[in-house]
Design a protein around this ligand. Structure first.
Ligand code: AMP
Length: 437
């Protein structure tokens, strides 16, 4: 299938041609005709599948036909969970809509109200924004949603995760029931199905075989890390790798993102942090530096890096494993964009085993463990038997496991004595087997 087969107007086809896209991605092949036919859609598709164009091309097709609306009353509303994603959707809109005459604006939290009031006091066709600030404008009367013809909920699952359900529902209640609704979500669980049931009318379901296909182009690896220092050494080793063009390094906390970025910079790497405590202006500046290559290692927290679409990201490093398996898939989807290959490297200690097990169950695969010569871990991901003292011999008696002052029998042979371990340099020590898997 080609884009011409989708019967898009010539100005839209021209912009797509300039983007260098040779054919529509699977989500585009399915979603564009259905959306152009006016149907409600519920599409399970990760970022990186081309989902933005899947909803934006039908939107542009609609905006091509002019309708005169009152000021501040858009024809299309796109809700996104984060400012970064809203920024990217807006940018994609401008790229794909380069030859279509329409006005768009984005309305984000953390940005000055003054410009937003100004933008909304003019006729506007398309508004992209995050739920909190959009609702604020609706309640102040500066945004009129009664003329919305197409409502798009992008990364709807994430909006629920971030606690936006109530805001979303209030916003949607202000739109006309005649609207067309396109809902995009990476995951489809009961909560999402319930929301979809309330907001969509006889939707067409599109399921882009989800995570496994999207992850096919991403090589996943795992390093067992004993401690923070060990993690830093592995990260330094990875940073020296010249095949790493650009990487996003995920850390669990904002503070750690700052300190890790500082340490990497001090060691001569082009590193920067990005997290929710930074002002929108500072985040935008960092993003620009990442896009134009002045930053090679971006140390980020989940919310900040959500939805980032930077073609040069060759590696994603989970310095800290994420809390949820869905976040793991979102994180590693920052590399391997639109069919390019990418590498996702995670660090895990024994304490991370439950998280790792959840991730592996979710993606349906074990993540292969790699060991860097000279940086072998001293610990394993094996979970030791619980409460040795309660172990009983077949005769029902407690094990005299420890013998006289010795180690319990179940521990014998599983761990070299401290002395042995300390005396040998790391490079001569044997990597333990990873046996939880
Ligand atoms: P998205 O899933 O919307 O975040 O898109 C991921 C990436 O795919 C973006 O960098 C787009 O520019 C790119 N892309 C979208 N559609 C196509 C296509 N048909 N062919 C090649 N790349 C595409």
């Amino acid at each position: 299938m080609t884009f011409s087969d989708l019967e898009l107007y010539p100005p839209i086809l021209r912009a797509i041609k300039e983007c260098g896209y040779s054919e529509p991605t699977p989500i585009q092949q399915q979603a564009i005709p259905a959306a152009m036919a006016g149907k409600d859609l519920i599409a399970s598709a990760q970022t990186g599948t081309g989902k933005t164009a899947a909803f934006m091309l039908p939107v542009l097709q609609r905006l091509y036909t002019k309708v005169k609306n009152p000021k501040g009353a858009p024809r299309v509303l796109v809700l996104t969970p984060t400012r970064e994603l809203a920024g990217q959707v807006t940018e994609a809109t401008r790229t794909y809509g380069k030859y279509v005459n329409f006005r768009s604006t984005f309305i984000l939290g953390g940005m000055p109200y003054r410009n937003q009031f100004r933008d909304l006091s003019r006729p506007v066709d398309l508004v992209v924004g995050t739920p909190g600030r959009l609702l604020d404008h609706v309640q102040r009367g500066s945004l009129n949603l009664s003329r919305v013809e197409i409502l798009i909920l992008d990364e709807a699952d994430r909006m629920l995760d971030m606690g936006f359900q109530e805001d979303m529902e209030k916003i949607i209640s202000k739109t006309s029931t005649d609207r067309q609704t396109l809902l995009f979500t990476a995951t489809m669980d009961n909560a999402m199905a319930k929301i979809a049931g309330k907001m969509l009318t006889e939707p067409e379901r599109i399921d882009i075989a989800g995570k496994k296909n999207t992850l096919e182009t991403i090589e996943q690896r795992l390093h067992v890390a004993d401690s923070k220092i060990h993690k830093q050494k592995i990260l330094e080793h990875l940073a020296q790798d010249t095949s790493l063009t650009q990487a996003i390094v995920f850390s669990a906390t904002k503070r750690e993102a700052d300190s890790l970025a500082k340490e990497l910079s001090e060691r001569g790497h082009k590193a920067a942090a990005m997290h929710g405590d930074m002002t929108q202006g500072a985040r935008n500046r960092t993003l620009r530096r990442l896009r134009d290559g002045r930053v090679r290692l971006l140390v980020a927290t989940d919310v900040a890096a959500r939805g980032l679409d930077i073609p040069g990201i060759s590696h994603v490093v989970n310095y800290d494993l994420p809390q949820s398996a869905e976040d793991y898939v979102h994180r590693i989807g920052r590399t391997g964009r639109a069919g390019a290959s990418g590498i996702a490297i995670s660090f895990a200690s024994r304490a991370d085993v439950p998280k790792l097990q959840r991730i592996e169950k979710y993606i349906g695969n074990k993540v292969p463990v790699l060991v860097i010569p000279g940086l072998e871990p001293m610990t394993t991901l094996a979970v030791p038997p619980r409460k040795a003292s309660h172990r009983r011999s077949p005769g029902g008696k407690k094990h005299a496991a420890a013998g006289k002052g010795g180690r319990p029998a179940w521990k014998k042979g599983t761990k070299p004595s401290g002395d042995q371990q300390k005396r040998k340099p790391r490079s001569e020590r044997k990597a333990p087997e990873v046996c939880y898997r």
